[in-house]
Design a protein around this ligand. Structure first.
Ligand code: ADP
Ligand code: MG
Length: 263
């Protein structure tokens, strides 16, 4: 008889601290994301949510603590039993496996949709143009924009641009997707189309950490919800529990306000 070992989480954040200028922005954050799990991170503005996401994909390096993705410590390598800060070229290689979608889309404005999506796979992964374009066309179909390959970002709505940004991240076949308030910059009538794409992605088993103010959406999609305030996670657990019966007063106030504002 074999004994099944529980799979290690894909993302493991252990006691992460981060100072920015005079501000202690992260004060000992612990959080895991299991393989295929959707983790929604909620909390008031200034809580440190964006900083935490930036530590996960090595746009920032934690002052203390570690972020592990798929067994590798982000930004560091072990040599002779000691941890060393990686060179930027090595960090870029780690980052290539982690998709990030920002509030303001961050598409390359001078590139067509097709070029936005194929750029990194060709440049970073060395894929042929033909292979990269085939996959881009598939991904455009998945986000409902197969007819927009030759358009430029400025000719697209915010919702369309964000769907392209998601397709662009997926083109690198990431192990993990991070979303930083993906719908906050959108007109209300465009929010749904982006949330639908993210829901479809969850159904494929992609591991995702999503910072969002959309409480209803988080209730539908999240396995785990974490509420962050003042640089710490004040509450985390099964999403249904945390998002309907939060125990911390700050969580209760935050969720009540978000729901009142129609999210
Ligand atoms: N470059 C910076 N220098 C100093 N403080 C910063 C800088 N960037 C962000 N902060 C501060 O860090 C805190 C957390 O910011 P952030 O991670 O963006 O929070 P959130 O995404 O939850 O709104 C805020 O108090 C913000 O003012
Ligand atoms: Mg933020």
């Amino acid at each position: 008889m074999s004994i099944a070992m529980p799979a290690a989480p894909l993302v493991r954040i252990i006691n992460v601290w981060k100072r920015r200028g005079q501000n202690l922005v992260l004060k000992g954050v612990d959080l895991d994301a299991g393989r295929g799990q959707v983790v929604c991170l909620l909390g008031p503005s200034g809580a440190g949510k964006s900083t935490l996401l930036r530590c996960i994909n090595a746009l920032e390096v934690a002052d203390r603590g570690t972020v592990e993705v798929d067994g590798a410590i982000i930004g560091c390598a072990m040599k002779d039993g000691k941890l060393y800060r990686m060179r930027e070229s090595e960090v870029s290689r780690q980052r290539a496996d982690i998709g990030m979608v920002f509030q303001n889309f961050n598409l390359f404005p001078h590139m067509s949709v097709m070029d936005n999506i194929t750029d990194a796979p060709m440049r970073v992964r060395g894929e042929s143009r033909a292979v990269a374009r085939d996959r881009a066309q598939d991904l455009l179909g998945r986000v409902g924009l197969a007819h927009k390959a030759d358009s430029f970002p400025r000719h697209l709505s915010g919702g369309q641009q964000q769907r392209i940004a998601i397709a662009r991240a997926l083109a690198m076949s990431p192990k993990l997707m991070l979303f930083d308030e993906p719908t906050s910059a959108l007109d209300p009538h465009l929010v749904g189309e982006v949330l639908d794409v993210i829901k479809d992605l969850a159904a494929t088993g992609m591991t995702m950490i999503i910072v969002t103010h959309e409480v209803q959406f988080a209730r539908e999609i999240a396995d785990v919800a974490a509420i962050m305030a003042n640089g710490v996670i004040i509450e985390a657990g099964e999403a249904k529990e945390v998002l309907t019966q939060p125990s911390h007063p700050i969580s209760r106030a935050f969720l009540a306000r978000s729901l009142r504002e129609g999210h």
